[in-house]
Design a protein around this ligand. Structure first.
Ligand code: ZN
Length: 145
C-alpha cells in the first residue's frame, strides 16, 4: 500500500479516537452537572442504560480502530492477518478496520455459521453455547459497524 494511503487511514483512525475521547469527556461533565436532580430520575436512568449500550458498541469499535492503528505502526496495515495477501483498497475504504481479506472473512463467517448451528444442538454444553452467543453478537455488530 502507498505511503500516502496509509497516512490517510492513520489520520482517519486518530480522528475517530479523538472524537470518541472528546465525547466521553463531555458526557461525564453533563452527568456531573445533573447529578442530584431527582425529577427525571426515571428518564435519566433509561437514557443512562441506553447510553451504556451505545458506549459498549463504540468501545468495541474503538478497540478495532486502535488495533488497525497498531497494524499501521507495525507496517502490516492492509495485509490479511490470515493469509497475508493485500486486503484491497475497495474493501478497506468500505471497512477501514478490516484485518482479513474478503476470502478469509467469508471463510470465517462460514465457520461462525457452523458453530451457531452446533450451538442449538441439544448435546452442546452450556458453557460452550454461551461463548458462541457472545461471538455471534460481536460478529453481527461488526457487520453493522
Ligand atoms: Zn486472507
Amino acid at each position: 500500500m502507498k505511503g500516502v494511503d496509509v497516512e490517510n487511514f492513520k489520520n482517519y483512525f486518530i480522528s475517530i479516537i479523538e472524537e470518541f475521547d472528546g465525547e466521553t469527556k463531555v458526557k461525564e461533565e453533563i452527568n456531573l452537572s445533573t447529578r442530584g436532580d431527582e425529577v427525571d430520575l426515571y428518564n435519566s436512568e433509561k437514557e443512562h442504560s441506553l447510553e451504556l449500550k451505545l458506549r459498549g458498541r463504540n468501545l468495541h469499535y474503538i478497540k478495532k480502530v486502535k488495533a488497525a492503528l497498531q497494524r499501521i505502526e507495525e507496517g502490516h496495515f492492509g495485509e490479511c492477518a490470515e493469509c497475508g495477501v493485500e486486503i484491497g483498497m475497495n474493501r478497506l475504504t468500505a471497512r477501514p478496520t478490516a484485518h482479513l481479506c474478503i476470502g478469509c472473512k467469508e471463510e470465517q463467517e462460514r465457520d461462525e455459521g457452523k458453530r451457531v448451528d452446533r450451538m442449538f444442538h441439544p448435546s452442546q454444553k452450556k458453557r460452550g453455547s454461551f461463548i458462541n452467543v457472545k461471538k455471534m453478537t460481536e460478529e453481527s455488530f461488526e457487520k453493522s459497524a
